[in-house]
Design a protein around this ligand. Structure first.
Ligand SMILES: Cc1cc2nc3c(=O)[nH]c(=O)nc-3n(C[C@H](O)[C@H](O)[C@H](O)COP(=O)(O)OP(=O)(O)OC[C@H]3O[C@@H](n4cnc5c(N)ncnc54)[C@H](O)[C@@H]3O)c2cc1C
Length: 389
């Protein structure tokens, strides 16, 4: 019997865990390096759209990931006077699917899936060098060579810095504080409790996201140089001034540990060189306005495992085929999420009619949600499940 192919995966985030598990499930021998001594979820809750859900289904992890998740009926956008200006019905027949899940639950589900598939998970293992011939060096000086090396080491990828492959990288000048508070009545009117709601006011946004029966994920979005808005712990008075109708919710954020991150946009000239490939945020980071950075990372990681396992072509050719298949949808999504960030700079009085008008353009909605409605390659047997039920 031929020996199994070997993969070294760098980074145990959504991209690395998905790729490692999918490859191990296809018979590869996989080692996953995570520089931290413990694999941790960063952020509070996460929107997982149809493409991410189909990926979880293909990995056999959907039931566990969805256990305790929140299934909202609609995504609403509200203006500075708390008026609904846009509504996207979700999770009904023929509509886009999206669940919100606590990040630690999602990451733990993926870790267990990787371990069950036989992935050799090495925590406290920082990779300092990786090369197109499949070579890899860790901080402790250990070296190895594999059939493929996957750099899923995040937006600030150290491995990517070794090569001159960044085509475009821009900090979005906006960021968000993410935190979790216990769900309580009174934050929003009773009829709105289970909705996903994005509130605008001036250049700030508040995202209200139930993420389990007991947990509410709150994101406070603002310009990077809006000091009061980006302060940790949250300056609740500064936020309540813009969103007086959310006083109870914002008051509950006082003293809660949160995390501020600035948004980034990144494209590469190419996603692979020889046997080395970049995936997830290391290859295609995007601002989170479509909630698709993680979904794209998982979708593309599954497609990568499929491309690597589905033919006898040399590895470098298969990596190029994978990029050719995945890149158009991902770049389309990156562009849309970048554009949606510009809404922050539209004055309130102009933004309300703009968003109200957009609801009469169904093709615009479908275009924005293109990645969410895509069935990832590798998830073929679940085709049709990404949109509707
Ligand atoms: C405010 C905000 C909200 C978001 N909301 C959503 C959402 O609702 N839905 C969604 O789909 N996406 C969302 N995203 C995007 C999503 O979080 C990211 O796209 C996704 O987590 C990227 O996963 P990744 O595996 O590529 O990278 P990461 O999660 O960054 O993982 C990289 C891993 O590599 C490890 N590492 C780094 N360097 C090394 C090294 N040299 N050696 C070994 N290990 C290393 C790191 O420790 C880390 O564990 C959001 C992002 C932000 C900022």
């Amino acid at each position: 019997m031929a020996p199994s192919k070997t993969a070294e995966v760098i980074g145990a985030g959504l991209a690395g865990l998905t790729a490692a598990t999918a490859l191990a499930q296809r018979g590869w021998t996989v080692r996953l390096h995570e520089r931290e001594t413990e694999i941790r979820a960063i952020g509070a809750g996460i929107y997982v759209w149809g493409n991410g859900l189909a990926t979880l289904e293909a990995l056999g992890l959907y039931e566990r990931a969805a256990d305790g998740a929140h299934v909202g009926p609609v995504l609403e956008t509200r203006d500075h006077r708390d008026r609904v200006v846009e509504e996207v019905p979700i999770n009904g027949p023929g509509q886009a699917r999206v669940l919100t899940i606590m990040r630690d639950h999602l990451i733990n589900t993926l870790i267990d899936g990787a371990a069950k598939a036989g992935v050799d998970i090495r925590t406290g293992s920082e990779v300092v060098e990786a090369s197109p011939d499949g070579g890899l060096v860790t901080r402790s000086g250990a070296t190895s060579r594999a059939d493929v090396v996957l750099a899923a080491d995040g937006v600030n990828s150290r491995i990517r810095r070794q090569y001159d492959i960044v085509a475009h990288r821009a900090a979005a000048r906006q960021g968000a504080t993410r935190l979790t508070v216990p769900r309580r009545p009174g934050f929003v009117p009773d009829r709105d409790q289970s909705k996903y709601i994005e509130y605008f006011s001036g250049r700030r946004r508040v995202l209200y996201t139930p993420s389990s029966e007991t947990s509410l994920y709150v994101a406070l979005v603002a310009d990077e140089d809006d000091r009061p808005a980006s302060r940790i712990p949250v300056d609740t008075a500064a936020w309540i001034r813009c969103f007086p109708h959310l006083e109870a919710l914002l008051g509950a954020c006082a003293g809660v540990p949160g995390r501020w991150d600035t948004f980034q946009f990144l494209t590469l000239t190419r996603w692979s060189m020889g046997r080395l490939a970049f995936l997830g945020d290391a290859a295609h980071a995007q601002p989170p306005y479509l909630g698709q950075g993680g979904g794209c990372a998982m979708m593309s990681a599954l497609g990568l495992a499929d491309a690597l396992s589905g033919s006898d072509a040399p590895v470098d050719q298969r990596l190029r085929d994978w990029e050719y298949a995945e890149r158009p949808t991902i770049e389309h999504t990156q562009r849309w999420s970048h554009r949606l960030g510009r809404l922050n700079y539209v004055p309130d009085a102009a933004r309300t009619p703009l968003l109200r008008g957009s609801r009469f353009l169904p093709r615009l909605g479908a275009s924005r949600l293109r990645a969410a409605l895509t069935v990832p390659t590798g998830a073929g047997r679940f085709a049709g499940s990404a949109a509707g039920h």
